[in-house]
Design a protein around this ligand. Sequence first.
Ligand code: SF4
Ligand code: ZN
Length: 319
Amino acid sequence: MGVANLLVREYSSLDLRFSSALGKSMRRITLNIPGAGCEYQKKTGGCMMCGFHVATNKYSRGKLLPVWIFQLLSILAWKFYAKEKPSELFVYNGGSFWNDREIPRAFQRWLFGYIAFQKSIQRVMVENRCEYITGEKIKEAVTFLGGKELLVGIGLESSNDYLRNIIIKKGLTRKDFERTVKLINDNGARVAAYIFLKPLGLTDEEALEDVISTIKYALSVGVFEINVSCAFIQEKTEMAKAYLAGKFVPPKLNVVVDLISSAKSNNLPVNIGGFDDYPPPIDIPKNCENCSPSFYDLIENFRKNGVLGEIPQCNCRAI
Ligand code: SF4
Ligand SMILES: [Zn+2]
Protein backbone atom coordinates (compact mmCIF):
# COMPACT_ATOMS: atom_id res chain seq x y z
CA MET A 1 0.00 0.00 0.00
CA GLY A 2 1.38 3.43 -0.96
CA VAL A 3 2.05 6.21 1.53
CA ALA A 4 -0.98 8.13 0.25
CA ASN A 5 -3.31 5.22 0.98
CA LEU A 6 -1.76 4.73 4.42
CA LEU A 7 -2.43 8.38 5.22
CA VAL A 8 -6.02 8.09 3.99
CA ARG A 9 -6.66 5.07 6.19
CA GLU A 10 -4.99 6.62 9.23
CA TYR A 11 -6.83 9.94 9.03
CA SER A 12 -10.17 9.21 7.41
CA SER A 13 -12.92 6.68 6.77
CA LEU A 14 -16.05 6.26 4.70
CA ASP A 15 -19.25 4.89 6.25
CA LEU A 16 -22.94 4.79 5.53
CA ARG A 17 -24.65 6.85 8.24
CA PHE A 18 -28.36 7.50 8.73
CA SER A 19 -29.31 11.03 9.66
CA SER A 20 -32.46 10.92 11.77
CA ALA A 21 -33.00 14.63 11.15
CA LEU A 22 -32.83 14.31 7.36
CA GLY A 23 -34.51 10.89 7.37
CA LYS A 24 -32.01 9.33 4.98
CA SER A 25 -28.72 7.46 4.88
CA MET A 26 -25.70 9.34 3.61
CA ARG A 27 -22.23 8.20 2.62
CA ARG A 28 -20.05 10.04 5.10
CA ILE A 29 -16.37 10.83 4.92
CA THR A 30 -15.02 11.25 8.43
CA LEU A 31 -11.82 13.25 8.40
CA ASN A 32 -9.73 13.29 11.57
CA ILE A 33 -7.27 16.12 11.29
CA PRO A 34 -4.26 16.60 13.58
CA GLY A 35 -5.12 19.92 15.24
CA ALA A 36 -3.03 21.40 18.04
CA GLY A 37 -5.55 19.97 20.51
CA CYS A 38 -8.40 21.30 22.59
CA GLU A 39 -7.33 24.56 24.21
CA TYR A 40 -9.91 24.09 26.96
CA GLN A 41 -8.32 20.73 27.81
CA LYS A 42 -4.86 22.31 27.92
CA LYS A 43 -6.03 25.09 30.24
CA THR A 44 -8.34 23.18 32.57
CA GLY A 45 -7.67 19.46 32.24
CA GLY A 46 -10.76 19.10 30.05
CA CYS A 47 -13.97 17.12 30.23
CA MET A 48 -14.03 14.04 32.45
CA MET A 49 -14.52 11.47 29.68
CA CYS A 50 -12.37 12.96 26.95
CA GLY A 51 -9.24 11.15 25.80
CA PHE A 52 -8.56 13.28 22.72
CA HIS A 53 -5.42 14.77 24.29
CA VAL A 54 -3.80 11.34 23.90
CA ALA A 55 -4.50 11.47 20.15
CA THR A 56 -3.26 15.07 20.00
CA ASN A 57 0.02 14.13 21.65
CA LYS A 58 0.48 11.37 19.12
CA TYR A 59 -0.48 13.23 15.94
CA SER A 60 0.59 16.86 16.43
CA ARG A 61 2.36 16.89 19.82
CA GLY A 62 0.07 19.77 20.68
CA LYS A 63 1.62 22.04 18.02
CA LEU A 64 -0.10 23.97 15.25
CA LEU A 65 1.03 22.15 12.10
CA PRO A 66 1.37 23.99 8.77
CA VAL A 67 -1.69 24.44 6.60
CA TRP A 68 -0.40 22.25 3.76
CA ILE A 69 -0.57 19.12 5.97
CA PHE A 70 -4.30 19.65 6.52
CA GLN A 71 -4.84 20.39 2.84
CA LEU A 72 -2.92 17.30 1.80
CA LEU A 73 -4.92 15.01 4.12
CA SER A 74 -8.21 16.49 2.85
CA ILE A 75 -7.27 16.18 -0.82
CA LEU A 76 -5.99 12.61 -0.41
CA ALA A 77 -9.17 11.57 1.41
CA TRP A 78 -11.36 13.20 -1.22
CA LYS A 79 -9.47 11.62 -4.15
CA PHE A 80 -9.62 8.22 -2.46
CA TYR A 81 -13.36 8.26 -1.71
CA ALA A 82 -14.73 10.47 -4.53
CA LYS A 83 -15.78 7.53 -6.71
CA GLU A 84 -18.18 6.42 -3.95
CA LYS A 85 -19.97 9.77 -4.28
CA PRO A 86 -19.97 10.66 -0.56
CA SER A 87 -22.73 13.06 0.40
CA GLU A 88 -21.35 14.43 3.65
CA LEU A 89 -18.04 15.33 5.25
CA PHE A 90 -17.62 15.30 9.03
CA VAL A 91 -14.43 16.92 10.25
CA TYR A 92 -13.04 16.15 13.70
CA ASN A 93 -9.96 17.73 15.22
CA GLY A 94 -10.26 16.73 18.87
CA GLY A 95 -11.21 20.28 19.79
CA SER A 96 -12.58 23.35 18.02
CA PHE A 97 -12.26 23.79 14.25
CA TRP A 98 -12.69 27.58 14.46
CA ASN A 99 -10.05 28.16 17.11
CA ASP A 100 -7.11 29.68 15.21
CA ARG A 101 -4.70 28.25 17.78
CA GLU A 102 -5.92 24.71 17.05
CA ILE A 103 -6.48 24.79 13.27
CA PRO A 104 -4.66 27.17 10.88
CA ARG A 105 -6.94 30.02 9.93
CA ALA A 106 -6.07 29.55 6.25
CA PHE A 107 -7.25 25.94 6.37
CA GLN A 108 -10.56 26.93 7.98
CA ARG A 109 -11.26 29.03 4.88
CA TRP A 110 -9.71 26.71 2.33
CA LEU A 111 -11.68 23.61 3.34
CA PHE A 112 -15.12 25.12 2.69
CA GLY A 113 -14.01 26.53 -0.66
CA TYR A 114 -12.55 23.16 -1.66
CA ILE A 115 -15.71 21.28 -0.68
CA ALA A 116 -17.89 23.72 -2.62
CA PHE A 117 -16.45 22.16 -5.80
CA GLN A 118 -17.12 18.54 -4.78
CA LYS A 119 -20.45 17.89 -6.39
CA SER A 120 -21.72 14.91 -4.41
CA ILE A 121 -21.20 16.55 -0.99
CA GLN A 122 -24.43 17.96 0.42
CA ARG A 123 -23.34 18.91 3.90
CA VAL A 124 -20.28 19.50 6.06
CA MET A 125 -19.96 19.26 9.84
CA VAL A 126 -17.27 20.90 11.94
CA GLU A 127 -17.26 20.82 15.72
CA ASN A 128 -16.55 23.64 18.13
CA ARG A 129 -16.84 24.85 21.66
CA CYS A 130 -19.22 27.81 21.81
CA GLU A 131 -16.51 30.39 22.59
CA TYR A 132 -14.94 29.96 19.13
CA ILE A 133 -18.16 30.28 17.15
CA THR A 134 -18.61 33.77 15.76
CA GLY A 135 -21.03 35.26 13.27
CA GLU A 136 -18.05 36.09 11.04
CA LYS A 137 -16.83 32.47 10.87
CA ILE A 138 -20.28 31.04 10.23
CA LYS A 139 -21.03 33.57 7.49
CA GLU A 140 -17.67 33.00 5.85
CA ALA A 141 -18.15 29.20 5.81
CA VAL A 142 -21.72 29.43 4.55
CA THR A 143 -20.61 31.77 1.77
CA PHE A 144 -17.66 29.58 0.72
CA LEU A 145 -19.87 26.48 0.75
CA GLY A 146 -22.08 28.11 -1.85
CA GLY A 147 -25.38 26.41 -1.03
CA LYS A 148 -24.16 23.24 0.69
CA GLU A 149 -25.39 22.77 4.24
CA LEU A 150 -23.18 23.65 7.19
CA LEU A 151 -23.72 21.71 10.39
CA VAL A 152 -21.94 22.92 13.51
CA GLY A 153 -21.38 20.29 16.18
CA ILE A 154 -21.42 21.46 19.81
CA GLY A 155 -20.86 19.32 22.89
CA LEU A 156 -23.78 20.10 25.17
CA GLU A 157 -23.59 16.74 27.00
CA SER A 158 -26.42 17.47 29.46
CA SER A 159 -29.01 20.18 30.05
CA ASN A 160 -28.55 19.66 33.77
CA ASP A 161 -26.10 22.34 34.99
CA TYR A 162 -24.71 20.17 37.78
CA LEU A 163 -24.07 17.18 35.50
CA ARG A 164 -22.69 19.31 32.66
CA ASN A 165 -20.37 21.59 34.60
CA ILE A 166 -19.57 19.87 37.90
CA ILE A 167 -19.53 16.21 36.88
CA ILE A 168 -18.60 16.40 33.17
CA LYS A 169 -16.63 19.67 33.61
CA LYS A 170 -17.81 21.06 30.30
CA GLY A 171 -17.42 24.73 31.21
CA LEU A 172 -20.52 25.79 29.30
CA THR A 173 -23.50 27.81 30.50
CA ARG A 174 -26.96 27.21 29.08
CA LYS A 175 -27.11 30.89 28.24
CA ASP A 176 -23.97 30.64 26.07
CA PHE A 177 -25.27 27.49 24.43
CA GLU A 178 -28.63 29.06 23.60
CA ARG A 179 -27.01 32.26 22.32
CA THR A 180 -24.68 30.25 20.07
CA VAL A 181 -27.45 28.04 18.69
CA LYS A 182 -29.37 31.17 17.74
CA LEU A 183 -26.29 32.73 16.15
CA ILE A 184 -25.75 29.64 14.02
CA ASN A 185 -29.40 29.38 12.97
CA ASP A 186 -29.56 33.11 12.20
CA ASN A 187 -26.55 32.82 9.89
CA GLY A 188 -27.83 30.03 7.69
CA ALA A 189 -26.28 26.96 9.33
CA ARG A 190 -27.63 24.20 11.60
CA VAL A 191 -26.62 22.77 14.97
CA ALA A 192 -25.84 19.18 15.89
CA ALA A 193 -25.66 18.80 19.67
CA TYR A 194 -23.64 16.04 21.28
CA ILE A 195 -25.32 14.58 24.34
CA PHE A 196 -23.58 12.23 26.76
CA LEU A 197 -25.18 9.01 27.94
CA LYS A 198 -24.05 8.23 31.46
CA PRO A 199 -21.87 10.70 33.32
CA LEU A 200 -20.16 9.50 36.50
CA GLY A 201 -22.40 8.87 39.50
CA LEU A 202 -25.59 8.01 37.60
CA THR A 203 -27.34 4.68 37.20
CA ASP A 204 -28.27 3.60 33.68
CA GLU A 205 -31.89 4.59 34.31
CA GLU A 206 -30.95 8.04 35.61
CA ALA A 207 -28.62 8.52 32.65
CA LEU A 208 -31.38 7.62 30.19
CA GLU A 209 -33.75 10.04 31.89
CA ASP A 210 -31.16 12.81 31.69
CA VAL A 211 -30.50 12.16 27.97
CA ILE A 212 -34.22 12.27 27.19
CA SER A 213 -34.75 15.56 29.00
CA THR A 214 -31.58 16.98 27.40
CA ILE A 215 -32.85 16.02 23.93
CA LYS A 216 -36.12 17.85 24.64
CA TYR A 217 -34.25 20.92 25.88
CA ALA A 218 -31.85 20.97 22.90
CA LEU A 219 -34.65 20.72 20.36
CA SER A 220 -36.66 23.40 22.17
CA VAL A 221 -33.81 25.92 21.80
CA GLY A 222 -33.26 25.30 18.08
CA VAL A 223 -30.90 22.31 17.74
CA PHE A 224 -31.45 20.48 14.44
CA GLU A 225 -29.93 17.07 15.14
CA ILE A 226 -28.80 15.11 18.19
CA ASN A 227 -25.79 12.82 18.40
CA VAL A 228 -25.71 10.73 21.54
CA SER A 229 -22.24 9.72 22.75
CA CYS A 230 -22.51 6.61 24.90
CA ALA A 231 -19.87 6.47 27.63
CA PHE A 232 -16.86 4.36 26.79
CA ILE A 233 -13.62 4.37 28.69
CA GLN A 234 -10.49 5.94 27.28
CA GLU A 235 -7.18 5.90 29.10
CA LYS A 236 -5.86 8.99 30.92
CA THR A 237 -9.32 10.38 31.70
CA GLU A 238 -11.14 10.98 34.97
CA MET A 239 -13.70 8.45 33.78
CA ALA A 240 -10.96 5.84 33.37
CA LYS A 241 -9.78 6.48 36.96
CA ALA A 242 -13.31 5.91 38.28
CA TYR A 243 -13.67 2.81 36.10
CA LEU A 244 -10.36 1.33 37.25
CA ALA A 245 -11.34 2.02 40.87
CA GLY A 246 -14.55 0.02 40.32
CA LYS A 247 -16.74 3.10 40.65
CA PHE A 248 -18.13 3.26 37.12
CA VAL A 249 -19.22 1.00 34.29
CA PRO A 250 -20.38 2.06 30.80
CA PRO A 251 -24.13 1.80 30.15
CA LYS A 252 -25.80 -1.45 29.19
CA LEU A 253 -26.74 -1.91 25.54
CA ASN A 254 -30.37 -2.36 26.66
CA VAL A 255 -30.37 1.31 27.63
CA VAL A 256 -28.96 2.39 24.27
CA VAL A 257 -31.66 0.39 22.50
CA ASP A 258 -34.36 1.79 24.83
CA LEU A 259 -33.16 5.25 23.87
CA ILE A 260 -33.38 4.44 20.15
CA SER A 261 -36.90 2.98 20.59
CA SER A 262 -38.07 6.02 22.50
CA ALA A 263 -36.53 8.43 19.96
CA LYS A 264 -38.09 6.54 17.06
CA SER A 265 -41.54 6.37 18.57
CA ASN A 266 -41.43 10.09 19.36
CA ASN A 267 -39.96 10.93 15.96
CA LEU A 268 -36.90 12.63 17.45
CA PRO A 269 -33.80 13.36 15.31
CA VAL A 270 -31.43 11.23 17.37
CA ASN A 271 -28.32 9.41 16.16
CA ILE A 272 -26.09 7.11 18.20
CA GLY A 273 -22.32 7.58 18.05
CA GLY A 274 -19.85 4.72 17.63
CA PHE A 275 -18.26 2.93 20.57
CA ASP A 276 -14.77 3.38 19.21
CA ASP A 277 -12.26 6.20 18.89
CA TYR A 278 -8.60 6.98 19.39
CA PRO A 279 -7.14 6.06 21.86
CA PRO A 280 -8.92 2.69 21.65
CA PRO A 281 -11.39 2.33 24.54
CA ILE A 282 -10.53 -0.02 27.38
CA ASP A 283 -14.23 -0.73 27.89
CA ILE A 284 -17.43 0.06 26.00
CA PRO A 285 -21.19 -0.28 26.56
CA LYS A 286 -22.11 -3.93 26.79
CA ASN A 287 -24.60 -6.54 27.99
CA CYS A 288 -23.72 -10.15 28.76
CA GLU A 289 -21.40 -12.14 26.50
CA ASN A 290 -24.31 -13.99 24.90
CA CYS A 291 -26.39 -11.11 23.69
CA SER A 292 -23.86 -8.28 23.22
CA PRO A 293 -22.89 -9.28 19.64
CA SER A 294 -26.56 -9.22 18.49
CA PHE A 295 -27.07 -5.85 20.19
CA TYR A 296 -23.97 -4.40 18.49
CA ASP A 297 -25.35 -5.54 15.12
CA LEU A 298 -28.75 -4.06 15.93
CA ILE A 299 -27.28 -0.68 16.90
CA GLU A 300 -24.90 -0.60 13.93
CA ASN A 301 -27.82 -1.34 11.61
CA PHE A 302 -29.65 1.63 13.15
CA ARG A 303 -26.59 3.83 12.59
CA LYS A 304 -26.48 2.81 8.94
CA ASN A 305 -30.14 2.55 7.99
CA GLY A 306 -32.17 4.18 10.75
CA VAL A 307 -34.01 0.90 11.30
CA LEU A 308 -34.33 -0.79 14.66
CA GLY A 309 -34.79 -4.51 14.07
CA GLU A 310 -36.13 -7.04 16.51
CA ILE A 311 -34.63 -6.57 19.95
CA PRO A 312 -32.88 -9.74 21.19
CA GLN A 313 -34.36 -11.18 24.38
CA CYS A 314 -31.88 -12.28 27.01
CA ASN A 315 -32.08 -13.23 30.66
CA CYS A 316 -29.37 -10.72 31.54
CA ARG A 317 -31.87 -7.88 31.20
CA ALA A 318 -33.66 -8.96 34.37
CA ILE A 319 -30.36 -8.96 36.28
S1 SF4 B 1 -14.83 16.90 25.09
FE1 SF4 B 1 -14.36 18.56 23.66
S2 SF4 B 1 -14.27 20.39 24.96
FE2 SF4 B 1 -14.11 18.65 26.33
S3 SF4 B 1 -11.89 18.33 26.57
FE3 SF4 B 1 -12.57 17.01 24.90
S4 SF4 B 1 -12.24 18.17 23.03
FE4 SF4 B 1 -12.16 19.61 24.74
ZN1 ZN C 1 -27.58 -10.92 27.66
